[in-house]
Design a protein around this ligand. Sequence first.
Ligand code: DP6
Length: 433
Amino acid sequence: MPDDSGNTFSMVTCNAPVNIAVIKYWGKRDEECILPINSSLSVTLHQDQLKTTTTVACSRSFQEDRIWLNGKEEDINQPRLQSCLREIRRLARKRRSDGEGGVDLAGLSHKVHICSVNNFPTAAGLASSAAGYACLGERPSNEVGVYPVALSGPFSLCSLPLLSPFSFFPVYTLARVMGVEGELSAVARQGSGSACRSMYGGFVQWIMGQREDGKDSVAQQVEPETHWPELRILVLVVSAERKPVGSTSGMQTSVETSSLLKHRSDSVVPARMKEMIDAVHRKDFAAFAELTMKDSNQFHAICLDTYPPIFYLNDVSRHIINLVHHYNQHYREARVAYTFDAGPNAVIYTLQQHVDEFLQVVKHFFPPETNGGQFVKGLPVASTTLTEELRQAIGMEPMVKGISYIISTKAGPGPCIVEEPSQHLLGSDGLPK
Ligand code: DP6
């Protein structure tokens, strides 16, 4: 299509999801190529609740590459962003010279404008830029009072103020606008490691690979999002005041100082990955839950073993951990599992049949602030009454206002193209609408 000055102009918009690891990635063997010291596994969350939308436009009339994240222009010269741009352009050139089509030769020299926004509530402090900053290396500063959820996005949403793996890097959209097809997780990885797992829906492993050039360090779908429809995910956004250490620098210090991390990557994760993949294939929730909690706990033990130590969990996080164990002990089975990334927010995995009751338990032990806002957002939940027996069995002191709000979601698909032109985030002048 033509832009405002009549030049040829291509524009593509895509949505991409967030993922939450159940076997954590922590530590790189190559900082520049972003190659991990162990494989990891995550669940891609549904885009109805958490997604990043990115529009990329490419035109002869653009003077320079530019990027806007959540309404604010950012520095396009961030090294990770530059690596991804360089790599996509190289792949586009290769495709062209191999005679496989893609963008025409002139288009290859055109500059791009990238514009990206999240659908989750930034004003409430959740993920001020989960999707937006992932590939930019440094985490955004937090909204007052709440940590970013660090969900890992397709682009690599490193840190939503709190869950750690939300990283965004617009690799998928850039590839579409440049006519690049095929395996893209190795490119997304260069924006932010955990982001590569968001290139697929459902249950996704990031195979660490062995090669020095990182060509075999790629994400792979283990099962699609339709495999385990009963699985539910609750993001518990914890009230917090301090900004956590970013995962990029945190894992660097862990690699340098923690001998426990070496033990984890050499002796724990390889077997744990196999067990986790098996639990997912068999939809064995008890096994999935135990491995998830143990892996989160080992990750935070490594943070404490790092010198100087890193503290991502706070009192609310520890209270949630106790609550989950008391709940599971009452039923003598693992009905609920927690996992924490580089911040105090909890992500809970459970099954559909336990969601309503567990949410009542959370509301009772973390009475929300009654300021009119919705405490549970996302997938609908039914209100049930908490039995006196269960309340007594858990037997903990309630922690008022410890949790700001909860997002209820499930496993979802990978990135997808938005066909409707009215959804483009850039106008025909190439600037944010
Ligand atoms: C704790 O992907 O944010 O969320 O590769 O340096 O950008 P970089 O790190 P990042 O690390 C996320 C770590 C984690 C665990 C996980 O998602 O596997």
